[in-house]
Design a protein around this ligand. Structure first.
Ligand code: DIG
Ligand code: MN
Ligand code: MN
Length: 387
């Protein structure tokens, strides 16, 4: 019997080069794993069953590479992707590692740094387009402050808008067809990062020149670092037609950005997320922006990558089971919309007067039990495999 939780291309699982290539370095310890070259990372991802590989510009091309070196590296990488049958769904740009970005990139107080950040992003877009990417993620890891003495925060918003508007024009000019996915994070590496949550970006997108080209890339760990319910953020983005990409991983509350294996810290929250994505038939990449524990060697990295995908597929099966569970569905019906007044979506004097003249029986409305305890217990039993 084939393993039902084996990843297949149609699952659209992808990983960044920086995820399986993470060497285990942290603020208190040096690297513990040898370098995994981009072509070796492609081979590893193919071996574990991923469909896509994503990259920042400098994950592949060193920041000081010559044009000839760049072209050779890109050609070698393209060959590896073709040999192993991997695609590049998403590209992004590293605007956070080099010291030049120590006070931000698009929001830096230095106009030259802001201009360089846009130039670097244009070149990263060139690379992404060459590799076939159709989604371009922007994570503003350095766009923030340790002290708000450095600039007015509304000035930072203006600079960010100027940069994103310019990059949208560049994509249109080059006919790259990119959809930009903005990724929020509340802090780390900056003391506070602008656009701390997905909701903040949803508000920002509406102020852009080309809002249709821009969506969001919510990350599990980042919303949870802000103490938020991740599936609520994803649902709002989806409902607004702005869920252009998603970064899957896991995170314990109140910690630094842990980027744990998907589902490994809070499987119930992961279940609601997978259920939502599958229920709405989200057809974008399932990207794991996560990395193996520092304790692991490259076999551990393979186990990490396999675990991300396997947990997603197990939770996908549990969501199908939940949706088919007769007792759960009956409880949902009972707790359903109840007796409804005429639909109030269309305001009219008729619905106005109906609503104003209606006597609500608050006592009756308050007394109805909703059986959410039973509903959640059944959910737990589906998850724990006893139903
Ligand atoms: C961190 O969560 C960020 C960077 O890794 C990258 O820019 C983006 C891509 O998903 N996520
Ligand atoms: Mn993260
Ligand atoms: Mn991310």
């Amino acid at each position: 019997m084939p393993d039902p939780f084996t990843p297949r291309p149609e699952h659209q699982f992808s990983f960044g080069l920086w995820t399986v290539g993470n060497r285990g370095r942290d603020p208190f310890g040096d690297a513990v794993r040898p370098v995994l070259s981009p072509t070796d990372a492609v081979a590893l991802l193919a071996e574990v069953g991923a469909r896509g590989v994503n990259l920042h510009d400098n994950d592949l091309v060193p920041i000081d590479a010559s044009p000839a070196q760049r072209d050779r590296i890109v050609q070698e990488f393209q060959g590896a992707c073709q040999r192993h049958g991997l695609v590049v769904p998403m590209a992004t740009v590293n605007l956070f590692y080099d010291p030049v970005f120590r006070d931000g990139a698009f929001t830096s107080n230095d106009a030259q740094v802001r201009a360089y950040a846009i130039q670097k992003t244009m070149r990263a877009m060139d690379l992404g387009a060459e590799l076939g990417a159709k989604i371009f993620v922007l994570w503003g890891g350095r766009e923030g402050t340790e002290t708000d003495a450095c600039r007015r925060p509304d000035e930072a918003v203006k600079r960010l808008r100027e940069a994103v508007n310019y990059l949208c024009e560049y994509s249109l000019d080059r006919k790259y067809g990119f959809r930009f996915a903005l990724e929020a994070k509340p802090n780390e590496p900056r003391g506070d990062i602008y656009m701390a949550t997905t909701g903040a970006y949803l508000g920002f997108i509406a102020t852009l020149d080309h809002p249709d080209l821009v969506g969001v890339n919510p990350e599990v760990a980042h919303e949870q670092m802000a103490g938020l319910n991740f599936v609520h953020a994803v649902a709002q983005a989806w409902e607004a037609g702005k869920l252009f990409h998603i970064d899957l991983n896991d995170q314990l509350p109140g910690r630094y950005d842990q980027d744990f294996r998907f589902g490994s810290a809070n499987p119930k929250a992961a279940f609601w997320l997978v259920k939502f994505l599958e229920d709405v038939k989200y057809d974008g990449p399932r990207h794991f922006d996560a990395h193996a524990y520092r304790t692991e060697d490259h076999d551990g990295v393979r186990a990490f990558a396999r675990g991300c995908m396997r947990t997603y597929l197990i939770l996908k099966q549990r969501a199908e089971q939940w949706n088919a569970d007769a007792e759960i569905q009956a409880l949902l019906q009972e707790a359903g919309p109840g007796a409804r007044l005429p639909p109030l979506t269309a305001y009219s004097r008729a619905t106005r007067d109906t609503l104003l003249s209606h006597d609500f029986d608050r006592a009756a409305l308050s007394s109805r039990g909703l059986a959410y305890e039973r509903l959640d217990q059944l959910t737990m039993e589906v998850l724990l495999g006893v139903r």
